[in-house]
Write a protein that binds this ligand. Sequence first.
Ligand code: FES
Length: 918
Amino acid sequence: MEIITLSVNGELRAVHIESNWTLMKVIRDVLKLKGTKCGCATNDCGACKVLMDGKAVNSCAVIARKCEGKTITTIEGLANGDELHPVQRAFVETGAIQCGFCTPGMVITTVALLTENPDPTEEEIKKALDQNLCRCTGYIKIVEAVQLAARLLRGEEPITQGDRNGSILGARRPVLDAAAKAKGEAVYTADIELPHMLVGRLLLSPVAHAKILNIDTSEAEQLPGVKAIAHCFNSPDTAYNSYMIYAGQDILKNERVFSETVRFVGDRVAAVAAVDEETAKKAIGLIRVEYQELPAVFTASEALSPDAPKIWEEGNKIADMVAEGGDPEESLKAADKIFTYQVKTQKVHHGAIEPHSCIADYKNGKLTVWTPTQNNFPFRATLAEIFHLSMNNVKVIRPTVGGAFGAKLEMILEPVASVLSMKAHRPVLMEMSRKDVISASRCRHAMDFTLTTGLNRKGHVAVQTADVLVDTGAYCSSAFDVAGAMMDKLTRQYKIPNFRIVGKPIYTNTQICGAMRGYGTPEIVAAREISFYCIAKELGIDQVEFRLKNLVDPYDINPRYGDSLGCAYVKECLIKGAEVFRWKEKCRREKDIGRYRRGIGVACGIHGAGFPHAYFDYTTISMKMNEDGSCSLITGTHELGQGVNVTLSMMASEILGIPLEQVTVVDSDTDVIYWDNGAHASRTTYVAGNALIKTANKLSERIRLVAGQMLNVPLEALELAGGYVREKAKPSSRVSLGDIVKKAQSGPNSHCLQATESYQSYFDPGSYMADFAEVEVDTQTGDVKVLNIVAAHDIGKTMNLLTTEGQIHGGIQMGLGYATREEILLDHITGKPLNNSFKKYSFFKASDMPKIDIVLIENGEDSGPFGAKSIGEAATDAVAPAVINAIMDATGCTFFEMPVTPDKILKALQGSESSTQP
Ligand code: FES
């Protein structure tokens, strides 16, 4: 131990440190300044940035010993009480904050940039922001925030983007906790400190497939500070499925807290709880495991071979899931032209900047778990099942979530932390390293499509068949649902009277695949849209024309289920998007023949708004009035940074006629909130929005009943507006909401003015989109620069323009990476991950992002809340094929294996020099 003295946020602090400590450890663990976030601890993501002597540094990469005499400013040192620093204010006002986990680091980078360069160009801003990763925003609004901050700091008038109309609905409003996130005050799971809390660490399998013969923990147990060690021989053996949606669900369960057979590199072997991180890590290194190695298989196609090693006794193929309609066989025979393509999609990392983390605290027979989950209630149900606890003795609390994108829909650490807490009788905090998050949490499924399309003489699709291998990794998890969701999209986008699709979830000795933004949809959209590019090219038909000929129309009937597609305005997306993109003009352009070649591409897609075809899809919302006329809204929905809380509050504000600031949202704690089916399937706005309307209308009725008695008029003659209930015919006759509440709560028949309503969705209207991309390919290096994206979305009605745009920007960033660079790579012999760091796993950064134009088609969905459908996942679905089609247009080569990397492009260009273009 030594002592260093440094100035932190204007205060002189003397700190005892160990020689290997980083500045981040000092800031977070010693000084308890939790606004500084840890996204990687490897100097790659920028979430831990602080100002050191005025320069922005990654505090995880600064050795604490070298900070003697330094002046440090953390995110907490910028605001003056409630008065935000201009940079923080700019981030809030521009909607640059979604999950907020990257925000403190982004703000610090911005302060450093603007101190040095008060009037930076857009390129200079992007270059500075390249030090920081964000997975939510696509950086577009962050760049706008920096530009606004620069103007504010220079004392110039901000250029404001006004709301679109007088109503709060459709207006631009930041997420409710934006200011807290900007100030570093939002509390994420790893920021929580409980008395006597221990630190837990995992031991993960270094081999891809093995039986565990023995685990020797004797040395680790002797280490002072070790409080508990858990593994397969001393932990509950209950089989569960980490993806389970509801208690009692009939689902294939083959995960365990620890399994006696490990099935991928990264499978859980053991865990330690100790008094601090160093001791826990040391103890992990002292555990001796005897493995009996087994042969392993790493791809779905190889796993289907009769000679492939069996990962599970029942075989490697989990099921043949079949959906068919019409007469595909006869239609294929009768088709004028038949095209078959094989398209491969890859596994990708979600990239939430907040790593997986959780705290478990078991005391007095009750298990409390804090976790950034997308689905509180299945976590509660599964933990109750594993530990044989009644559900009232399991409580799941969701602190602020630092990005999820599907990765946090499934339990990973929670059962482990719970076992450790039960053994140690103390709370246990567990966090995954970035390395482990990339290779041992969840990832997108890889899928191999064999897609056959039969056209009739007029060029209409008469039949489509698909055979899809779905690599689900080592355990079942969400295999059925992701494959099912993928299959579900076959018949909802194009008119396909005859169809057959077979989804085959297959085990491999690889990381477990799970839900990820789009949930099987980006995969099938990519496969089909790439194949349609080739078909249109082959037929010599314009890409837009070919799609217009075959896309569905509003209220068409889905041949699979026989129900309406709802207001399916995908053709309008395509037509309006093509106008904004200037498709026809760009089609007429001379083809580049030099080193740099531009190309254009288009792709259409579909996403749903819930899952009534698969599960019961409902939620419950409660609203209660306070004595001053403000309102508390209790919801089981899950705020992940996507803005559900602000959207529901805007709807409540509209119906109750009170300002947005007078609506408070209570969420996150299973002991308080109502059961909800989780934040997935893009269901939240649609399902919870409808629940909100039902509840608020009921509350309005109750309010008007009391007001009617006070004003002596029937409730039908009254309306809510501006914090009052007033007579429609005579607005001056009115009574304030506060007085109505006080009246209801006093005197005889006193009651609380509240309402609680459930809404169950039986309909899943599609949200449609057309994405257009323009790229420039460097034919000498294979590098692709995406120049422009036009994203046209049929979303029903926009509820919050700021968060809608933010979702689309973020979805595009993910789609761009999916198309061109993101892939989890494994060693083909050992199954060991090759790129499990942010250094090696390549995201689109700020300076990589293209110009983005958004077109919103808002014809309103009759069944949607105020006409809304969904946007969260739709934002990603069609981006990748639009970009890949543009690359094919630019190069004249075809690409059927994603991602289309520079290597693949160069190889194809070399191979195509003497070949014909597609
Ligand atoms: Fe940037 Fe979520 S807002 S990572």
